[in-house]
Design a binder for this molecule. Structure first.
Ligand code: SF4
Length: 323
């Protein structure tokens, strides 16, 4: 993994996009390219015009490199003091503050300290790295003001397969253990199952296992998102799975790369999630994040017949995603 350093401008920035998703009103990001290197990651598409990619001479859509800003905590500290109208900050929204290149500078912990040392702020931690467990002591000190989630994209039985498409993230088993540890320490948690990829984690059985886990963590909210059909991410995931012999799963991904089939997958996934939420938790805690532009009119109408837990979204606002 080639790691580049850059200097960003903002520390804590407003995010209308994540506010609409009911996740946070503010964002902190510690770089522009995450070293976890998930093949379906949409950050490259969102930040494709960002100057940092020109500076390092890399395409935002390529893999095998990370761009990090080690000075982020200093800017976050300034903003945490300066901003008067405070709220929930998501750490992070476009990269991961516990990815290896960020961990090398303790960016997750240092940003947390910078935000929480000022009153009026809460933090939503979202990561795919179980190394966040080392910072649970700090989270516990501010336990009322921090929500923790490790993003879980499948069940343990698909661990090897997920290693192919999330090559540098912690294994699913490690992430699930980190969530269980958070629960054991009495930390506030939420469920994050994004994305649930077809052929990997979209069957009724997979979904039920995941929601049952969230119930065990006493998740305050559960966020679920279908995989984004745009950009090269799905194609890359499909090709990688094919190369590693996961032909059936690769075919399932290929099948949703057209609008009609993607739309049907979303309808099925929502039904499974709603059923499991009603069985194991409460439907009022569900946040099924849905951009309706890819749905067929018939499927959109079908979903509106029972859209319990659906958060309807417009197109992402690219401007706010980086400075
Ligand atoms: S952990 Fe998140 S930000 Fe990092 S590569 Fe994976 S999807 Fe992208």
């Amino acid at each position: 993994m080639q790691v580049y350093e850059t200097k960003l401008l903002g520390g804590i920035t407003r995010t209308k996009e994540f506010e609409r998703k009911k996740l946070a009103s503010f964002a902190v990001n510690v770089g522009t390219k995450c070293g976890h290197d998930c093949l379906y990651c949409s950050t490259g598409a969102l930040l494709r015009m960002h100057r940092s990619f020109v500076e390092v001479g890399q395409s935002p859509f390529d893999h095998g490199y990370a761009i990090v800003d080690p000075s982020t905590p200093e800017r976050v500290s300034v903003d945490a003091r300066r901003i008067r109208h405070r709220g929930v900050v998501q750490l992070c929204t476009t990269v991961d503050a516990w990815a290896p290149e960020a961990q090398a500078h303790q960016l997750g912990r240092r940003c947390l300290e910078a935000i929480l040392s000022e009153p009026g702020w809460s933090v939503r931690i979202l990561t795919k790295s179980a190394s966040v467990v080392a910072d649970y002591d700090l989270v516990a000190r501010y336990r009322d003001r921090v929500l923790v989630a490790l993003s879980i994209t499948g069940t343990g039985e698909n661990e090897a397969l997920l290693r192919v498409i999330e090559p540098n993230a912690s294994t699913i088993t490690e992430r699930i253990s980190a969530m269980a540890r958070a629960r054991a320490l009495g930390l506030r948690t939420f469920g994050m199952f994004c994305p649930l990829i077809p052929g990997v984690a979209d069957t009724p059985e997979h979904v039920d296992q995941l929601i049952n886990l969230a119930a065990g963590w006493c998740a305050e909210e559960v966020f679920v998102e279908p995989v984004n059909p745009r950009g090269p991410g799905l194609r890359l995931a499909q090709e990688a799975l094919e190369r590693h012999g996961y032909h059936e799963q690769a075919r399932a991904i290929q099948a949703v790369r057209q609008r009609r089939t993607w739309s049907a997958y979303v309808v099925r996934l929502l039904k499974h999630v709603q059923r499991s939420m009603r069985r194991h938790l409460e439907i009022s805690r569900l946040r099924f994040l849905l951009y309706p532009s890819g749905l067929t009119p018939e499927d959109a109408q079908l979903i509106r017949g029972d859209d319990s837990g659906v958060v309807w979204l417009d197109k992402p606002e690219r401007r706010e995603l980086a400075d």
